[in-house]
Design a protein around this ligand. Structure first.
Ligand code: ADP
Ligand code: MG
Length: 364
């Protein structure tokens, strides 16, 4: 019998606590169904001299089994914390990774904004510094101030100018909603300065970004989450996309901040008409392929991206954020279980493709 392909999934672990237990459980089970020897491991589970790994697989009825596994042929990196042992592992040449390390928002935005093919989709973005908010407000009626290393819409502030008044709205690092009205631009600068100070963002600066009018529904912002992944032939494919509607009055659409997922087509077709909606979808796909290819040229082999795409009230598409280790929850929320399953299977199929063709990749 042919021996099984061995795939490792690198992730954060403390005791039997994993960062995304439900997703990781499904990822391993999907891999097992596809015939792989597949397991989770963290940085502390690697025995380099013995070339083996103390890995974890799900028990059928909950919980985890831990045992020694052979060295993985391919490793999927799903580690989402910047722990120094993890960084050391990534910088070593111990493993053949399916996906390369990624960079902070600012570097990624800068890179994309300087590319002729993709720059038309990138909102004007600067690092936060004295005078920047005022400067951006002079040119844009709407400005977003957000951390360069944030997640889940935390610490993001929207500043809207309406005549002589400014309204501010945001959610702090604990997802608490804040609003304020300020009469002068000096007042806005002061408010933003306090906000940036209070959010206590560790590494990475705040960014000041051209705001997009995503008010596709009254009182709600709506944007798009698109998942682009490598398939079993190693080619980029758009797995699917969904609209996300933010909580009433919220400046962000993130599901973690109370947002809700909606099917892309029924929402966009109702908002923009079928013909226009179809063109918007095509533009989102084109954006995704161009962005994925550009980022891969720069960072090296990648496996998947979750793109946050803004479609403004005029139907114009913009790239808001690139997530290199994205969730798949939007597909579950819209009830498209086939898509949800596909989104989980693809990383394993791609890792198996890499394992089968590894010799070719290593000799490049
Ligand atoms: N420039 C912007 N214009 C309009 N909405 C924005 C802008 N930047 C962020 N948002 C809203 O905030 C959400 C979160 O922003 P994002 O940059 O994706 O940060 P996070 O890493 O916290 O998800 C977006 O999905 C979008 O709804
Ligand atoms: Mg986001």
């Amino acid at each position: 019998m042919l021996s099984k392909r061995v795939i490792g999934i690198l992730t954060w672990r403390e005791g039997l606590r994993f960062e995304e237990p439900n997703y990781l459980r499904k990822l391993v089970q999907t891999g097992q169904k596809l015939g792989a020897e597949i397991y989770l491991f963290s940085h502390q589970d690697v025995n380099v001299p013995a070339r083996k790994i103390k890995g974890f697989i799900p028990k059928p009825n909950g919980g985890w089994i831990s045992k020694w596994f052979p060295w993985p042929e391919v490793v999927i990196d799903r580690y989402r914390r910047r722990v120094k042992e993890y960084i050391r592992l990534r910088n070593s040449d111990l493993f053949f990774f399916a996906n390369s390390p990624f960079s902070k928002k600012w570097r990624v935005t800068n890179l994309l904004a300087s590319d002729d093919r993709v720059k038309r989709w990138i909102p004007e973005t600067h690092v936060y510094e004295k005078g920047k908010v005022r400067n951006m407000l002079a040119r844009h009626g709407l400005v977003y101030v957000k951390p360069g290393n944030g997640t889940g819409g935390r610490s993001i502030l929207r500043v809207k100018s309406s005549g002589k008044e400014y309204s501010l709205s945001g959610r702090d690092k604990k997802q608490k909603h804040h609003v304020a009205r300020v009469n002068t631009v000096e007042g806005v600068e002061k408010w933003v300065k306090t906000w940036v100070g209070e959010q206590g963002i560790r590494d990475g600066n705040f960014l000041v970004q051209q705001g997009l009018d995503l008010g596709l529904l009254p009182k709600h912002v709506v944007d798009v989450r698109l998942l682009i992944q490598k398939d079993e032939r190693g080619e980029w494919e758009v797995t699917g996309c969904a609209a996300r509607m933010g909580k009433n009055g919220s400046a962000t659409s993130n599901l973690h901040g109370g947002g809700r997922a909606l099917p892309f087509e029924s929402f966009m077709f109702r908002r923009f008409g079928e013909e226009r909606g179809e063109l918007i979808k095509q533009e989102c796909y084109q954006l995704a392929f161009d962005v994925a290819n550009k980022l891969e040229d720069y960072f090296g082999r990648m496996m998947e991206f979750g793109l946050d795409i803004g479609v403004d009230v005029n139907g114009r598409a913009w790239l808001i954020e690139v997530n290199p280790k994205p969730g798949r929850e939007v597909f579950r929320q819209i009830g498209d279980m086939a898509l949800y399953k596909k989104a989980i299977a693809r990383p394993v199929q791609f890792a198996l493709y890499l394992a089968r063709n590894q010799a070719r990749f290593l000799s490049l």
